[in-house]
Design a protein around this ligand. Sequence first.
Ligand code: C5P
Length: 226
Amino acid sequence: DKIIAIVPAAGVGSRMQADRPKQYLEIQGKTVLEHSLNVLLDYPPIAKVIVAVSKDDPYVESLSFLHREEIELVHGGDSRAESVFNGLKQIQDAENTWVLVHDAARPCLTHQDLDQLIRVVDEHGAILAVPVVETVKKMTIDRRILATEDRSYFWLAQTPQFFRADLLKKGLAFALERNLQVTDDASAMELIGFQPHLVTGRRDNIKITHPEDLALAEFYLAKKLT
Ligand code: C5P
């Protein structure tokens, strides 16, 4: 079976407070999106990368790295789930295709992470994740502590997330039809009864979200090259 990567890159990144969406900020002369795509494009098991970009994205046209044979561009939607779903619609032979969904905003992914993840070939799917190290508080509506959770049961979901294309499509369709908010792909699978595996990832596979994350990503990327 072949592996196709889908990269949702149609967000506006409002928490970044930058002049452009976070995937277009530059680290060492390359956009965050290009860093993320290069890891996927250089990984031999991946046959193709589908990138979801916003319909009125003014940057796409001028970014030469997006216009190459192994990349297919699709329009994103109003939510991450819709953007991924639009990517899945391009896949012909979904029963025999596995998809790796990876956020454009995670440029520090490594091939070792991918090796671990794609080893889990199971219809439930699998995601990279890390165990929570902090103590986890559940809050009341007025921001007081309602309860302290047992942190040994909590993991932080990362991407890539790895699923059979037809099953993920079914899960996301289920969520989108009912207007259920899903912030990752595994939650769509959970909604239709699957229990994706947690594969231990690395803490440096950060998602660029806040301004201070950019310097951290730069540090990790520099380390990766040496
Ligand atoms: O907002 P968040 O950080 O969860 O976004 C995760 C990824 O989903 C980002 O790479 C973003 O570009 C993408 N996204 C998208 N379409 C949207 C919203 C977010 O492709 N409508």
